[in-house]
Design a protein around this ligand. Structure first.
Ligand SMILES: [Zn+2]
Length: 125
């Protein structure tokens, strides 16, 4: 994941808060931006990120983060929920659909425990 401070001050697109009005968030680097501010990079086409040029380090970090999650996930639902949080957009969509399928018909308490377990995995606990 990139931090807003990883983006050079003279880059035309500025990272914004993920909960800002109109913000879009990249599943790869985790940065958010506002497509309503027109630049050479924004509005960004669907599935693209205006900070892609700075992604190289983020890719390496994502692999580092993902592997312990795969190894440590106690079950498929927890793994799917964790990947829905950390994976790039297209993988996150598949993981979310898989999690919904796996959770269908499960006890609500078990689903909640899996969600907490997934958050703990992502946090590295
Ligand atoms: Zn990005």
């Amino acid at each position: 994941m990139l931090k807003p401070s990883d983006i050079p001050a003279d880059f035309p697109v500025r990272p914004c808060a993920p909960d800002a009005a109109g913000a879009r968030t990249c599943g790869d680097c985790g940065l958010s931006w506002n497509d309503a501010v027109p630049t050479a990079w924004t509005p960004a086409p669907s599935g693209r990120c205006p900070f892609e040029y700075f992604h190289a380090d983020a890719d390496a970090r994502r692999e580092y983060v993902r592997r312990p999650i795969v190894d440590a996930a106690p079950d498929a639902l927890t793994l799917a929920l964790a990947l829905a949080i950390v994976a790039p957009d297209e993988v996150a969509r598949i993981a979310t659909a898989l999690a919904e399928t796996l959770a269908d018909g499960m006890d609500a308490g078990a689903v909640e425990r899996a969600k907490q377990s997934a958050l703990d995995l992502v946090a590295g606990e």
